[in-house]
Write a protein that binds this ligand. Structure first.
Ligand SMILES: Cc1ncc(COP(=O)(O)O)c(C=O)c1O
Length: 407
């Protein structure tokens, strides 16, 4: 080996240690994962920490994927998705939110990839992004990967549950802000933005040229007083399709397809060529047979989704009632999503509490601090499972709190 080769290998040219970029190293690791890791080796854990149902994807969707595979759907597709899926989704979105064409739809590898693509489309290094928190961490961390900075506006917690101080949000949306990321119905709180709030925020963002990325993956998991199947208020109801609004959605929640990695974006047609390039350089396309199953989910899944929402509503009400009977637990009824985000005695350090809960009581909850500092003091419980399992979890919680002398 020559002297110079040896120097390169030892890093003597000043490259330093073989680390990732600073922006990547600064990302927060998932605290939910940290709690799950604390549960390794605990034989009997009831896991309510992740955002998914304990039920398998409905049979008719699994059958559609099997048929597609048997028919040889194993090839690359168009970057923006197969035409039948884009058509099905454009009809679905049109029925929920008004006229939307295939040219406004891009198929993605689920919601998280859609969020990354949306961010890649409109933000870069040095841009300012605003997000409403507590929030599923991916929305806050994704813009940071791209070198943007993220300022947060916290929801407040009071007798009406989690609420938004609209004036504070508008004040944070200053000239020069590039993007607002808003997730409604919200993970973890279930907070759902009202139509009036959306109208005012849209108006404000229009005036200042701020992009809105609306994460609407829980739009169908909404328990308002409207007709069965009515989605949560959406920015798509108010905005013309060619405004600075990008809506992100997913098959994960409304069709129980978390492991399939299928989602979509509704965006201005002017973005689509550039979005196609980004899909090419990220994933190239969503898997072909999964997209074909997606067509069947959208075309034949409405009854399933509505029945699912009815079950989730019953589970939500069941768990709220059970938790309200525990002294010191402060829990409200959320309007959407599939979580209760509630205050618990001893949760001032929610990460430590959740680790103790899993180790000592076999109860898997997500710590509130995973969703931002304003989530501290709270824990998140995903109630997408049958009531008997929820009861078993509540019993474990009661025993744990009693042993600590706090309930
Ligand atoms: C708010 C929010 N957005 C997006 C996603 C992305 O889900 P997926 O990537 O499975 O579509 C999730 C998943 O839990 C979520 O909670």
């Amino acid at each position: 080996m020559s002297e110079s080769e040896g120097a390169v290998v030892s890093g003597a040219h000043g490259f330093g240690a073989p680390n990732a970029r600073d922006a990547v190293r600064a990302l927060r690791p998932s605290q939910i994962r940290e709690v799950a890791n604390a549960g390794f080796g605990v034989a009997d854990v009831l896991p309510f920490w992740f955002g998914e149902s304990d039920r398998v994807t409905p049979q008719f969707v699994r059958d559609a994927a099997s048929r597609a595979l048997a028919d040889g759907a194993t090839f690359y597709t168009h970057n923006l998705g197969i035409a039948p899926l884009r058509d099905s989704l454009s009809r679905y979105v049109s029925a929920l939110h008004g006229a939307t064409t295939r040219e406004h739809i891009a198929v993605t590898s689920a919601g998280v990839n859609a969020l990354m693509l949306a961010a890649q489309l409109v933000v870069g290094a040095g841009d300012r992004v605003v997000a409403v928190t507590p929030l599923w961490p991916n929305l806050v961390e994704i813009p940071k990967i791209l070198g943007a900075s993220v300022d947060t506006v916290a929801l407040s917690y009071g007798s009406n549950g989690w609420t938004l101080d609209l004036e504070r949000l508008l004040a944070a949306l200053t000239p020069g802000t590039r993007m607002l990321m808003i997730n409604s119905p919200n993970n973890p709180t279930g907070w759902t933005m009202t139509r009036d709030q959306q109208r005012i925020v849209l108006e404000h963002c229009r005036r200042l040229g701020i992009w809105i990325v609306a994460d609407e993956v829980y739009e169908r998991l909404y328990y308002g007083d409207g007709a069965p199947g009515q989605p949560a208020p959406s920015f798509l109801d108010l905005a013309a399709r060619d405004e600075r609004v990008i809506a992100v959605n997913s098959f994960s929640k409304a069709w129980l397809m978390t492991g399939w990695r299928l989602g979509w974006i509704v965006a201005p047609t002017q973005l689509m060529d550039d979005l196609g390039k980004l899909v090419e350089y990220n994933t190239s396309c969503a898997p072909s047979f999964v997209q074909q199953a997606g067509v069947v989910a959208v075309e034949e899944g409405e009854r399933f989704t509505q029945a699912l929402v009815a079950d989730l509503r019953a589970s939500r009400d069941h768990l709220v009632k059970a938790l309200q009977s525990i002294e010191g637990v402060d829990v409200r009824v959320p309007d959407g999503a599939m979580y209760l985000f509630f205050a618990l005695p001893g949760a001032q350090d929610s990460l430590e509490l959740c680790k103790s809960l899993v180790r000592e009581a076999g109860l898997g909850l997500a710590p509130g601090s995973a969703f931002g500092p304003e989530g501290e003091g709270f824990v998140r419980w995903c109630y997408a499972c049958d009531p008997a399992r929820l009861d078993a979890g509540v019993e474990r919680l009661q025993r744990f709190l009693a042993a600590r002398g706090v309930a």
